[in-house]
Ligand binder design. Structure first.
Ligand code: GAL
Length: 380
């Protein structure tokens, strides 16, 4: 119970309840029963949750959910990493406890994750073989805009961290994707044309980046039922998505990867499995501004993938209700129950970014998202 109530006489309590009921953001501190997209979501200290572009894992050891995301600061400065990756825990997905910063950015100017780098879309998975938690994230080296297109990895013994930064860089240098025609496995014939990214055919960017490694920006992780983990990311100047297999310890890439949704300019990838089918939900490519979501389906993780329709329906379906996908969470113990997690970005005051979580429905094979002002897992 909120200690405030304990000290108030009855009349005061009634008055306080009325005031609280009129101010949604103060309702039920630490006693949420519902998801209210776009509202302030308070943690156990009454502070708006600061875990943007994030993902959630269920940890069987503690039987709790852990939410990892970008800790943002106020103003547009918050679009760069000043603090690190924030972690919260929850038993019910509605009430979240602040677990602190799982991966801090570094004060060392030489570190790839030095303060004011861009560190986005962190995701954590658990490796049962090494008994480590493995975090991957999109990393842009400080002062270089979005040109680095690196991926970083960090590991921890405990789900909440501290995570130890291992390395960062481009993906799969010196490796061609699965299905690449033999006659394309060669350097570019003429200079790369920034205005026409595929000026030398479908494999132009793969060939350009072969030696140094492929670009990776917006990303997610997925573990399949056979225990193999995959890194899914926007590559080739955000034109084409890749799915790359991770090594058995999840801290590197095996060199096996596929290109999906060629030249479809997708970002914010999410991937989940229902029954025997793999599903993808992502966004188009318009920076912080929302756009229409994308979806896709495959019978095998490495494809072939078939693009489906915009999963959103109703008002603002063409802008994902004002949000951009970040993760799809399978709800523990509830078969075929998935939560679509999205960010409503506030690039002018990044810390004020909001969360849009919605239940995923299906119309046959098509995932469907309907906006809900408020909803709960029990009732919906
Ligand atoms: C978005 C992307 C975000 C961030 C932003 C920067 O498209 O999904 O993670 O990188 O662009 O403009």
């Amino acid at each position: 119970m909120n200690p405030l109530y304990k000290t108030l006489p009855l009349m005061g309590t009634l008055l306080a309840s009325t005031i609280l009921a009129n101010n949604k953001s103060n309702i039920d501190i630490n006693h949420y029963n519902t998801f209210i997209p776009k509202e302030i979501w308070k943690d156990n200290h009454g502070v708006h949750i600061n875990a943007h572009g994030g993902g959630v894992i269920f940890d069987p050891k503690t039987e709790q959910y852990y939410w990892f995301g970008e800790h943002k600061i106020a103003g547009d400065a918050g679009n760069k990493a000043h603090v690190g990756v924030h972690c919260y825990s929850s038993k019910d997905l509605c009430n979240w406890k602040d677990e602190g910063i799982a991966l801090p950015v570094s004060d060392d100017p030489e570190s790839p994750i030095t303060k004011e780098c861009i560190l986005e879309r962190p995701k954590v998975i658990y490796n049962p073989v090494t008994d480590k938690y493995v975090m991957w994230f999109h990393l842009e080296r400080k002062g270089r805009g979005y040109l680095s297109a690196h991926s970083g990895v960090a590991i921890a013994d405990k789900v909440t961290g501290p995570y130890q930064f291992l390395h960062a860089g481009r993906i799969n240098p010196g490796k061609w994707p699965i299905g690449m025609p033999e006659d394309q496995k060669k350097p570019l014939d003429k200079p790369f044309d920034d205005k026409n990214h595929y000026n030398q055919g479908e494999y132009t960017l793969i060939r350009r980046d072969f030696e140094g490694g492929q670009m990776a920006r917006d990303m997610t992780l997925f573990i399949d039922q056979d225990g193999k983990a995959y890194h899914i990311y926007s590559s080739e100047e955000n034109n084409t998505t890749h799915i790359a297999e991770l090594t058995p310890d999840f801290t590197a890439h095996t060199g096996k990867y596929v290109r999906i949704f060629h030249n479809r300019l997708m970002e914010a990838p999410t991937l989940f499995k229902k029954g025997d089918q793999y599903y993808f939900i992502g966004s188009g490519c318009t920076g912080w501004a929302p756009n229409a979501a994308r979806s896709g389906i495959a019978s095998h993780i490495l494809g072939p993938w078939k693009e489906l329709a915009n999963p959103c329906q109703g008002n603002d379906a063409n802008i994902t209700f004002g949000g951009q996908s970040t993760y799809v969470l399978p709800v523990e113990g509830k078969k075929d129950t998935f939560i679509f997690m999205a960010d409503e970005w506030k690039p002018n005051n990044a810390i004020d970014g909001r969360y849009i979580w919605l239940p995923i429905e299906f119309d046959g094979d098509q995932p469907i998202l309907n906006y809900k002002k408020t909803w709960s897992l029990n009732k919906d």
